[in-house]
Design a binder for this molecule. Sequence first.
Ligand code: C2E
Ligand code: MG
Ligand code: MG
Length: 706
Amino acid sequence: MGYSELQNSLLKVINEASPEGILVVDGNGIIVSHNDRFIEIWRIPGDRLHGVEPGTAIGNDDARILSTVLDRVKDTQAFLARVQELYNNPHLSDHCEIELLDGRTIERHSSVLRGDDDRYLGRVWFFRDISERKMAEEKMRISSIAFETQEAILIADVNATIISVNKSFERLTGYSAAEAIGKNPNILKSGRHDADFYRSMWYSLRENGFWSGEMWDKRKDGTLYPKWLTITTVRNEAGDATHYVAIFMDLSERKRAEEEIQRLAFFDTLTQLPNRRLLMDRLDQALAISQRNGSHGALMFMDLDNFKMLNDTQGHDIGDLLLIDVAARLKPCVRESDTVARLGGDEFVVILQELGDSAIHAANQAETVAEKIVSALNEPYLLNNHEHHSSVSVGVCLFHGKKVKREELLKRADTAMYQAKKNGRNMVRFFESAMQSAVEARAVLEGQLRHALGRQELQLYYQMQVDDEHRITGAEVLLRWFSAKLGFVSPAQFIPIAEENGLILPIGAWVLEMACQQLHVWSQHAGTRQLELAVNVSARQFHQSDFVEQVKAGLRNFDFEPSKLKLELTESLVQGDINDTIVKMNMLKKLGVKFSMDDFGTGYSSLSSLKMLPLDQLKIDQSFVQDIVADKNDEVIVRTIIDMARNFGLNVIAEGVETCAQLEILQRNGCANFQGYYFSKPVPLKDFEVLLTQAMHGNTDREKPV
Ligand code: C2E
Ligand code: MG
Ligand code: MG
């Protein structure tokens, strides 16, 4: 073949420099040239290279090489078919990829060589090992599949600028890739974590190159969601951080599922009330709390009366409707912290907590709640448009600490419930007979108290108040109840009940009116015009909306000097609703009425709240006076109260003064007003008037103490 010298040397250079394996075959299938790269790519052993030129395959029939090549190829059939096609169509060029058995991929290109007259001269074959490129492509493919997973992925550069996010990110956060890229990931911040939280996250990323944990984020639409987040720091070979990859998944679904599992495990599916399991748990907690703080609690066992009949005659669906209704009526009967549970069937259980230190008081409170439940469940039901009447039997037992096991408590409440059924249903019964009699006695007392005013069983007694010269400055009016059925009942017993059931409102109004009337009578006489009357006002009475109006009416209807009316408030009344108290006291103050703080020292008034109140007097509680002779501490307390009163510009009165010794100590400490048996017990008005007359005539039967 007539190649020029230049052409020859050019070919040689191309041959050697080419990264491709090159094989040239003439029209007869004889190898004309090949380069070393060709031998390398196909890994053709030396013994296959015996050719005309030593060490090369040049001059060989290409079939020899072909057979070696075939040994390397994965799909020989396809390979041969292609080669055959090229031989049959010498004018075809060809391009293909060939996979080898050793895992490599070879790219093949075959070009036709033509003479000047377009004669077929032969072929050049180019082979290129593209394994690495293939592998890189595959890797890319895999990683791009991995990138588009269910988990959201965010990639940020070292300045925490988002450079890439996946589809799951868009779906989960609501931000499109275009919106997120270029921003700081803090667009996702929920505001639920403090600065410390993020500080420690960044610290861990810097130190460990890794952080993972639960975090609350905000979607574009503003909704918050919990996610599980893993952040990894990507570093370059020098160890410097170049990127951060954050992968996270939405935990809301999982949390919802967990809650659902929780609900199914611990709540009754029909009524949504706690089930037996949760009840036991709550009961354990209630017992532990009672043990810790010493307060009583109550357990109530309830069974609907005649529920079976409804179920049997109307069907279970209607029965279910009743149970749902009952559950809805039970909940508002108790406090938020109490538990209402359904044991199963038509049995419900209630746990009441924090009923106080006294068992009797706890029993009374439990009784009140139980009666409320009985009457709530007595209201007619509308079941599928049919009116239905039902009732319930309630058994109650008290608990105090962990002395009695929970199973025993449930048994007791159950026993009491059967007692209620046996006694005629639709009622409350206590397990403890003492409690049963106590609540019954209270119920009787309450029943009688309702008629006390109407039957004129209430009277006012007057207990004098004196100054340091023993001059009578006035009196405190104290209620007395002489019940036709129960005999004398102490105010300490009936006032708290009247406060609970609201009877204190009409009773208190009556006391106030009587006091105003008496002040009017006294105002008509020179000898009594200067007398003050102290009236006790209970919290419920004071906080009712028209209390100021009531006092106004008293002043209007009975003409007297308003400053002679002194209202005794307690510290707990003031603390109950301090704003209402301040407003009302100031309105009353404007009318000219005076205020005394009763039982002072037993509450927890703060100095700051005392300062805000327009008080005139502090009344030292009788408990301090009682022990003042024997207990030095009490004397210190009394002196402190007196000093404080002086600083606030208030007057001080000591109540419960019974002995001369108490009086002397009080006087020594600067107290100038007194009330107590030492001067006089509370007495009916007639007797008080006798005492007044005696005093006016200097006829006291007691020596003035020194
Ligand atoms: P209180 O307002 O602190 O009344 C003082 C109580 O101490 C009265 O008890 C009185 O009889 C008693 N007492 C007075 N001097 C002495 C004494 O020297 N020694 C002893 N040991 N006791 C003395 P009482 O009358 O049984 O009243 C008890 C509480 O009932 C009163 O405490 C007051 O909180 C309430 N109360 C009485 N009447 C009324 C009223 O009309 N309305 C209201 N809301 N509560 C009233
Ligand atoms: Mg009082
Ligand atoms: Mg008092």
